[in-house]
Design a protein around this ligand. Structure first.
Ligand code: NDP
Length: 241
């Protein structure tokens, strides 16, 4: 009989979120998978999953999805606040609506994900928040202006939450990858920015697989609750900036 706890993932329909879903499912966990593309969640065909069409900007629907999944599988023991969008572009010409989108999804969406599970984890003195930042949450890059702002936000909130939650025995892990091969570039509308990004990526031999990031998150989670990997910084070996 398997009693592994429930894992919740936002942005599970592609890329790193999908890889983390597959890794935790293979390790025997039930899952709550959330994204806007429900068909992509269904196509994963993973066992013991609750699938919910959730836009992380919608705080109420995210909380409702957590309540539904917890009714089936017990408390969420790990929330992977992963959903994010990278609309990279020249800050002077970029439509401000693209800033709004990144700020709402990458910062408020992360807070909504945390909010849905925080009080339960504190009450249980048990749980792990995995916060998706980026190497762009530690350094700035050309045409990443607002994206970097959102990821620096995730770093600051993670540090603060870690200090707040430490006495409650709840862990906060921040994940800061470099270039990972996913669908992330599909959202870049500025063609010059996209070309520069692609040539920089080619110059370092390409990105790494999302499975590598997923494996690190699984290993960090598997440590005893009293031990924490505070931060995971993972990049292609040739990515030195
Ligand atoms: P993908 O574009 O493949 O995945 C993004 C995921 O986020 C999708 O599942 C998408 O699902 C979901 N998502 C986007 N907006 C929303 C929303 N409003 N509500 C719910 N879900 C949403 O890219 P990655 O896997 O690369 O991105 C995952 C995270 O990793 C992001 O936060 C990104 O910033 C970060 N990251 C990526 C790096 C990379 O090089 N790939 C490097 C560093 C960090 P759907 O569209 O179905 O809603």
């Amino acid at each position: 009989m398997d009693h592994k706890p429930l894992i919740a993932i936002t942005g599970a329909s592609s890329g790193i979120g999908e890889a983390v879903a597959r890794a935790f499912s293979a390790a025997g966990h039930p899952l709550l998978l959330m994204a806007r593309r429900l068909d992509r969640l269904e196509a994963l065909a993973l066992p013991r999953t609750v699938l919910r069409k959730v836009d992380v900007r919608d705080r109420a629907s995210l909380a409702a999805a957590v309540r539904d999944a917890e009714a089936d599988y017990g408390p969420v023991d790990l929330m992977f606040a992963n959903a994010g969008i990278a609309r990279l572009g020249d800050i002077a010409t970029q439509p401000p609506e693209e800033w709004d989108e990144m700020i709402d999804i990458n910062t408020k969406g992360v807070m909504n994900s945390v909010h849905a599970v925080l009080t339960g984890m504190v009450a249980r003195r048990q749980g792990t928040l995995v916060m998706m930042s980026s190497i762009a949450g530690r350094k700035v890059y050309p045409d990443h202006t607002v994206y970097c702002g959102t990821k620096f936000f995730v770093h600051a909130v993670s540090e603060s939450l870690r200090a707040y939650l430490a006495p409650h025995n709840v862990r906060v892990v921040v994940v800061s990858p470099g270039i990972v091969d996913t669908e992330v570039l599909d959202h870049v509308n500025d063609s010059r920015t996209l070309e520069n990004y692609k040539s920089n990526k080619a110059a370092i031999g390409g990105g790494i697989s999302a499975d590598i990031v997923a494996g690190l998150i699984l290993d960090a989670y598997a440590l005893p609750q009293r031990a924490i990997v505070q931060e995971i910084v993972i990049t292609p070996t040739q990515q030195t900036y």
